[in-house]
Design a protein around this ligand. Structure first.
Ligand code: SF4
Length: 217
């Protein structure tokens, strides 16, 4: 690791620890993971007693490469984004995610005050985050940390996450072409459901892994 990388790691570590502390004060079970590999191990351990595992479609989770080991362990994987799945079947998978044993997702942003901020088009991902699954694990790479309030977190999502996601998912929105949010009124607008988890939802076992690596958008 170069000196620059060491200093960046140190700086992010302080921020990650602060986020973990804030999340803890807000009732979440929060864990600092210095590396993505440690987050991966945490998930595989926690998945041991789960039979059905839902995936929110997160690039952060995809980056941890947990799908194959979970499949090999005989888990039923609920992945609505599987290639070629017809709409009705995708919706059926999303509904089953709402009651799965373990739901794995990223977050669009986590604030330094310990709020989880997300913006969805369908709402299935955020719904599964706050009620339904027996257990939820949220993966937050260090690039998701916002040193501000929920409004600033929403700004981050619309500046940095949604435009490239719209492009990735082939949505016909202005931001998918320009890279900038214009608060569009497009029929394909992704920004339809905004959630701010200010405290742990009362009946949801939710863990947040704060990872000192860049994960997702
Ligand atoms: S409001 Fe429209 S332009 Fe702005 S980020 Fe959302 S989809 Fe893109």
């Amino acid at each position: 690791m170069s000196q620059t990388e060491e200093l960046a790691f140190w700086s992010y570590e302080r921020k990650c620890e602060k986020v973990v502390e804030s999340l803890g004060k807000n009732g979440f079970t929060a864990v600092y993971c210095p590396t993505a590999a440690q987050a991966r191990e945490y998930i595989l351990t926690e998945a041991a007693d789960a039979e059905t595992i839902g995936f929110g479609g997160s690039l952060s989770v995809a980056g941890l490469q947990v799908i194959e080991p979970l499949r090999e362990a005989g888990k039923e994987l609920l992945i609505h984004g599987a290639h070629g799945l017809p709409l009705e079947e995708r919706l059926a998978v999303m509904r089953r995610q709402l009651t799965c044993d373990l739901f794995l997702t990223g977050t669009n942003a986590v604030t330094i005050f310990g709020f989880l901020v997300n913006i969805d088009a369908t709402g299935n991902r955020v719904a599964s985050m706050f009620f339904g699954p027996q257990k939820v694990i949220v993966v937050a790479g260090r690039n998701k940390i916002v040193e501000g309030d929920a409004m600033e977190a929403m700004q981050r999502v619309k500046s940095w996450a949604t435009p490239p996601n719209a492009r990735r998912l082939n949505f016909n929105t202005p931001c998918a072409r320009t890279g900038f949010c214009s608060n569009c009124n497009s029929p394909e607008r992704l920004c339809r459901v905004t959630t701010i988890l200010e405290r742990k939802p009362r009946f949801t076992d939710i863990r947040v892994l704060v990872v000192n690596e860049e994960l997702g958008l």
